[in-house]
Design a protein around this ligand. Structure first.
Ligand SMILES: Cc1cc2nc3c(=O)[nH]c(=O)nc-3n(C[C@H](O)[C@H](O)[C@H](O)COP(=O)(O)OP(=O)(O)OC[C@H]3O[C@@H](n4cnc5c(N)ncnc54)[C@H](O)[C@@H]3O)c2cc1C
Length: 437
């Protein structure tokens, strides 16, 4: 978000920059003018979404384009169930836009505050071994390129570029619209409960394969995993949603309010953290309900944290989680945030963390005021050794040299960047590190 005085900072408060210029284009033409004007002055230009990336991927020291107002539905192809959205549209607005057409996005991540362009640009994903991340839903996009021209990529225009543009890291141009492949609207039955951590790990393969959307949170220094198993329901199946009061208690008071207290107490008295984690794991989730898909997938997160997440080949997942557990428990740290474990189908997006392989995700978090470095470094070493690929929007230390070996189409992406942005109009320090200058 951009604050008075022109300073932009991200949600996690890990990045702060004072752009030379901030612009708020509300039309595609205005985006083209902004890009041309920045080019004429030799200034780098970058679009930001909701600023929910933990890395500096969205930092814009030159011209910052805030596309919040470039939002809404452009068109719907009812027959093919495809919707074209302006790039700044926030995910939480999409369900209402799709409701008149009885359509839904097939899968979502944990929250829905991101913009559609920001979410796809970093490879944002949810969970489910038969489902890809949000970028896997992209069937078309329009970019403003470095010379201010429009580049349309879809089935009929440069279709070969779609797998690159769908996870473009903001490096190929400014997205002005995105077309998504939707599905008929559906419900989800949610079952959330605390279970024995070792039992969950022993059974992980079956749970991943047999559930539509399985994930779990392990609370460090405990033997408790909070499992979440979501089962898809047809749109007309009866649903039993949480009452507004129950949702308020679960998410705002227990999920966020109690967790804020835990984090504050943990900072004041770190030795209490294991006991607090045991309590949290028991009270946080033991519930069953069903509701429209978007209301089950997305939750609210008001306790600020920092996060690192890696994708490993799914066959490595259980062993990797065990290794991370041993590290978290054995080094004397007191970790107040759970570790989140998810899965996703293989996809064909060149820079997707799930490119070409079914993937298991391990995400580690720390309260934003806590020191994350030694914990994240140790976990990163384990996940790198298992062929892990870091989430582009979450903290990691890899550079282009190391990333090239992890992405078979890395050099193809760089060649496309060279073609579309030879002068590096869309660069920033993070992209210099992960893609090269
Ligand atoms: C509380 C929280 C929960 C999260 N949960 C998940 C989760 O469940 N799963 C997951 O995978 N990730 C998750 N994330 C990470 C988040 O989804 C990604 O970092 C995502 O990119 C943020 O979207 P944004 O709109 O904030 O984009 P920003 O962070 O603002 O930008 C991200 C990138 O997109 C580019 N970009 C934005 N708009 C455009 C445009 N119009 N054209 C070209 N490039 C553009 C930016 O330049 C930048 O490179 C979470 C983050 C937070 C803070």
């Amino acid at each position: 978000m951009t604050r008075p005085g022109g300073t932009w900072q991200n949600w996690a408060r890990t990045e702060k920059v004072r752009p030379q210029v901030v612009e708020y284009p509300t039309t595609v033409e205005a985006v083209r003018r902004s890009v041309r004007s920045a080019a004429a002055r030799g200034r780098a230009v970058k679009a930001v979404g909701a600023g929910h990336s933990f890395t500096g991927i969205a930092a814009a020291p030159g011209t910052l384009l805030d596309l919040t107002e470039l939002s809404g539905l452009i068109s719907v192809d009812r027959e093919r169930r495809r919707v074209r959205l302006l790039a700044g549209t926030r995910l939480h607005r999409i369900p209402a836009l799709l409701a008149p057409y009885a359509l839904a996005m097939p899968n979502l991540g944990d929250i829905d505050r991101q913009s559609i362009a920001g979410a796809i640009s970093t490879g944002t994903h949810g969970t489910g071994l038969r489902f890809g991340g949000i970028s896997a839903q992209v069937v078309g996009a329009t970019l403003v390129t470095a010379d201010g021209d429009l580049l349309t990529v879809d089935d009929d225009h440069e279709p070969d570029l779609l797998p690159a543009v769908a996870v473009g890291l903001g490096a190929l141009g400014i997205l002005v619209d995105v077309t998504l492949q939707c599905v008929p609207s559906f419900g989800l039955h949610a079952r959330e409960r605390p279970e024995d951590f070792d039992t969950v790990l022993d059974d992980l393969d079956a749970r991943m394969h047999e559930s539509d959307h399985f994930e779990f949170y392990w609370f460090p220094h405990t033997d408790v995993a909070l499992t979440k198993t979501n089962t898809r329901l047809s749109a007309d199946a009866p649903i039993g949603p949480l009452s507004p009061a129950a949702r308020l208690i679960d998410e705002r008071i227990i999920g966020n309010g109690v967790h804020q207290l835990v984090c504050s107490a943990g900072r004041a008295a770190p030795p209490l953290i294991p006991a607090i984690n045991r309590l949290s794991a028991r009270v946080w989730g033991d519930r069953e309900f069903s509701d429209a898909s978007h209301r089950v997938f997305a939750t609210s997160r008001s306790v600020r944290f920092r996060e690192m997440e890696y994708a490993v080949p799914v066959e490595e997942l259980a062993a990797a989680v065990r290794e991370v557990r041993d590290i978290a428990d054995s080094r004397g740290w007191r970790i107040e945030f759970p570790i989140e474990v998810r899965v996703a189908a293989a996809d064909d997006r060149w820079l997707s963390t799930a490119y070409g392989r079914e993937s298991g995700y391990i995400a580690v978090h720390r309260y934003w005021r806590a020191d994350d470095r030694s914990y994240f470094d140790a976990v990163e070493e384990v996940l790198r050794a298992r062929g892990g690929r870091p989430h582009w929007g979450k903290l990691h230390t890899l550079d282009a040299g190391e990333l090239r070996a992890r992405y078979p189409r890395f050099d193809d992406f760089l060649a496309l960047r060279e073609r579309l942005d030879p002068a590096r109009m869309f660069r920033n320090p993070y992209l210099d590190r992960v893609l090269g200058a």
